[in-house]
Structures are given as C-alpha cells and as structure tokens.
Design a protein around this ligand. Structure first.
Ligand code: FES
Length: 215
C-alpha cells in the first residue's frame, strides 16, 4: 500500500483570473532587464517590486513574475521561499522583525519581544487583530553594537527598551526610511552591460584585481 501524498503547496490559480501585476509593476520590473545578462537575474528586484505594491507575493503573482522573466514558476517559489523577507500570504500593514541573536538577547531583547507580544496581543508569526502589525523574529540584523534592535518595515530601531514599545508602535512613521534603499533598486536604469568580460573589466579597478594583473 502506498502512502497518499498531499501536496499542500500546489497553488490553485483560476485560468480566467484578472492579472495581479498592473502595467506600472510590469514596467518597473522590465526597467531592471537592461542591467543584467538574463531576465532571470532580475528576480529579486522583481519580488521586491511586487511585495511593495501588493503587500505579499501570492501564487498567482509568482506565476506572473515567472511569465515576465521567462522562467518556471517553481524558480520563483524557490527564491521567494528562501528569504524570510518575502511573504506568500497576507501580512499586517507593517512587519516587526525583532532580533533574536546573541548580542540582542544579552542586552534585553527577550524583554522587548515580550513587550511587543503584550502590546499587540499576538505571538510570533501572528498578526494583530486590527491588521496593523505582524510580528516575527530573525537572526542578527547586523546592528549588534546597538542591541537590542528591531526592524519595523525597512527602518531599524536601535537600543529599544520594553518601555519604548507602546510609543514606538503608535508612531505612524516608524517604518519609514528617508534615503534610497540602494542605487540598484531605486536608482535610474543603467546602461546594459554587454558581457561578463566587460563587467569584469569595469570592476577591475579594485586593488586586488590590480595586484593580480600586475603579478
Ligand atoms: S545580535 Fe542583534 S543585531 Fe546582531
């Protein structure tokens, strides 16, 4: 007798479903194409664009991204599921990521997490009843010298104390950053790189490469 396998991740996408990615989203994704040798290489920026616009990347959105990049939908799912940043199901309007690594734990991160749970009335991976916040923890946020830290949206909050939590959650701008995330994502499209050799030549000004050339 064979075991009956249940694939719970098989998406059901109606054939006649309206497209989720509107022209503005598609154009933004296409604007990344000239930067890379293949469309596939634009997958991560594309996922950022979709999640920014729609809040999460549903199975249908993954399929539409796959069509745009001319890759299998499974390749989109593979990448998306690797990064905890991406959500394949609806989340709260803002996501709080509390650091759970050593420095932050030693500096009181656990108490901050308890205060967040208390204030929001949720456990980890939960979403508050008003849909305002989802709460999760992750390993080091790369700001150990300011422990304990948390991200709200894309903004890093440093040296957070449990007593800061209520005020922090009420701040409507607690997730805003006032600078571009990166020139790659937010900057204007660059001239296409013709080949890997050309790209290597373009970056061949670092001292390591110079030394290798000279030896
Ligand atoms: S341990 Fe928390 S930011 Fe590194």
């Amino acid at each position: 007798m064979g075991w009956k396998a249940i694939d719970r991740r098989t998406p059901v996408i109606a054939e006649d479903a309206e497209p989720l990615l509107g022209p503005a989203i598609c154009d933004k994704i296409r604007s990344f194409f000239p930067r890379y040798e293949t469309k596939r290489a634009a997958l991560l920026p594309a996922l950022h664009v979709v999640q920014d616009a729609l809040g999460h990347v549903s199975s249908q959105a993954m399929k539409e991204v796959a069509d745009l990049l001319e890759i299998p939908p499974s390749a989109v799912l593979d990448t998306l599921s690797f990064y905890t940043h991406f959500w394949d199901h609806p989340k709260g309007a803002k996501v709080i990521v509390q650091c759970r690594s050593l420095s932050c734990q030693m500096m009181g991160g656990e108490a901050v997490l308890a205060a967040l749970k208390d204030e929001l009335g949720v456990e980890e991976h939960g979403t508050s009843a008003d849909g305002g916040y989802s709460l999760m923890t992750e390993e080091c946020l790369a700001a150990c010298d300011h422990a304990p830290c948390m991200l709200i949206g894309e903004r890093l909050h440093k040296g957070v104390k449990p007593a800061d939590v209520p005020k922090l959650l009420k701040d409507s701008k607690n997730d805003r950053i006032d600078h571009p995330r990166s020139s790659l994502f937010d900057g204007p499209a660059e001239e296409p790189v013709e080949s890997v050799a050309e790209a290597a030549e373009a970056i061949g000004t670092t001292s390591d490469v110079r030394e290798m050339k000279e030896s």
